[in-house]
Design a protein around this ligand. Structure first.
Ligand code: FAD
Length: 388
């Protein structure tokens, strides 16, 4: 199905087998703030590396997987089948970096990240700037061969696991004053401190603290690309990550439908299995149909990237993929909780965990409203036939 090649199917099966090994650890993670014992995490990280699942999005010349976009979707779809972000060890370094990384950046950060020896986090969002990234107030002031960075960043995912952060700021002076630039800040660096680590709905080992950058000095070698390039990286990142969010939502929906179907086939109420009740069966039929639709959208979007489709069309299709898949997965999780009844409200139940975890898929990497806005703007400019 879906016109997948032998190679695609092999990648899918390899990742599926790995995620199947992780799934039995979900409840333990859920009951321990998302953490697994260090030796368990290390064992799985080594296994992911051995299976060639790290940095699938990086070029093979840098030691990455060199996978097509469709193959990366197949990998991330499987990652999405596990709750508690257990599959996140299948990391994807920023796909926009190889094109602009200096030799220094390759050696210091990118290649070690591809090897799984370092990990990044993204410090872009601020208290007053989420959807509207251009509203950021963080600053970068050039002083000789250094930049002085200041700003307070919110929701910095994986800060507690990261060895460096991408920090986006507006330049205060020079020909690009007011424009954005991106910097790499090693962790720890003097002047970087956690303001607080709020609790979130999901239970995962990756925290999202509020982080203050106060008079942080970095050499110019830490600037990614040129002054004024900062927003380009954000757009590149969004296009890539929206497709990956969509892929993980497909995996989550598949898992939920499988588990809820198995339960419905065996749970007997009033003397018959609940699958025999049309009101329950219809919830599963709707879920499966919506998964089929979402998967078709996401795979076609990924194929378009592989075929070099027009960038703006890719952008709109990535938004459609994320919008539809994240909302579909939310509906599927809600129905799954309902089918499991009281069990669906227990944290040891997969539907309960996904019900909480999937909510953020409609918020991060651009909210559903932002996706609808992008899609409708492209529709107004290009018309229906170019976009779908
Ligand atoms: C768990 C988590 C992890 C995150 N990780 C990171 C991270 O690692 N790095 C990082 O930089 N950021 C991160 N974020 C931030 C995330 O990208 C933002 O939360 C998201 O972009 C939304 O921004 P906001 O929260 O400020 O909401 P706002 O922008 O304030 O939006 C509030 C509401 O207004 C709506 N709205 C906004 N603009 C429009 C519009 N034009 N039209 C219609 N409605 C609109 C939104 O859809 C939303 O419903 C994370 C967030 C969460 C929750």
């Amino acid at each position: 199905m879906y016109g997948l090649s032998e190679e695609d199917l092999e990648i899918q099966a390899r990742t599926r087998g790995f995620i199947d090994e992780l799934i039995p650890y979900e409840t333990e993670a859920e009951m321990n703030q998302g953490e697994l014992p260090a030796e368990t995490s290390e064992k799985f990280a080594a296994r992911a590396r051995e299976l060639g699942l790290l940095a699938t999005n990086m070029p093979s010349e840098l030691g990455g997987g060199g996978y097509t976009m469709l193959q990366q979707v197949l990998v991330q779809e499987q990652v999405g089948r596990a709750t508690n972000a257990l599959g996140w060890m299948i990391s994807t370094p920023p796909q926009w970096w190889p094109a602009v990384a200096t030799d220094y950046q390759l050696e210091h950060w990118l290649i070690p990240t591809v090897r799984g020896e370092m990990a990044e986090c993204y410090a872009i969002t601020e208290e007053g700037a989420g959807s509207d990234v251009d509203a950021i107030e963080s600053t970068a002031r050039r002083e000789g061969d250094e930049y002085l960075l200041n700003g307070v960043k919110w929701h910095v995912t994986s800060y507690n696991e990261a060895t460096y952060a991408f920090f986006q700021a507006k330049l205060t002076d020079g020909p690009h004053a007011g424009e954005h630039a991106m910097f790499v800040v090693d962790l720890p660096t003097p002047g970087v401190r956690v303001v607080r680590t709020p609790a979130y709905s999901h239970t995962i080992a990756h925290h999202h603290p509020i982080v203050a950058f106060e008079d942080v000095r970095v050499p110019t070698s830490h600037r990614v690309g040129e002054e004024g390039d900062g927003m380009d990286f954000s757009y590149e990142w969004f296009r890539f990550e929206r497709i990956m969010v969509a892929a993980r939502c497909l995996g989550a929906a598949e898992r939920l439908i499988s588990e809820a179907t198995a339960f419905a086939n065996e749970r007997v109420v009033y003397g018959q299995t609940i699958m025999g009740y049309q009101l329950v069966a219809a919830m599963l039929a709707d879920s499966l149909t919506e998964l089929f639709a979402a998967r078709s959208i996401v795979y076609e979007t990924a194929r378009g990237v592989d075929e070099g489709r027009d960038r703006k069309i890719q952008h709109a299709q990535a938004s459609m993929s994320k919008l539809y898949s994240s909302e579909m997965a939310g509906r599927v999780a809600d129905r799954a909780v309902q089918i499991f009844g009281g069990r669906g409200y227990m944290r040891e139940n997969v539907a309960e965990r996904f019900f909480r975890e999937l909510r953020v898929e409609r918020i991060w990497e651009g909210t559903s409203e932002v996706q609808r806005s992008i899609i409708s703007q492209q529709l107004a400019k290009r018309g229906v036939r170019q976009l779908v």
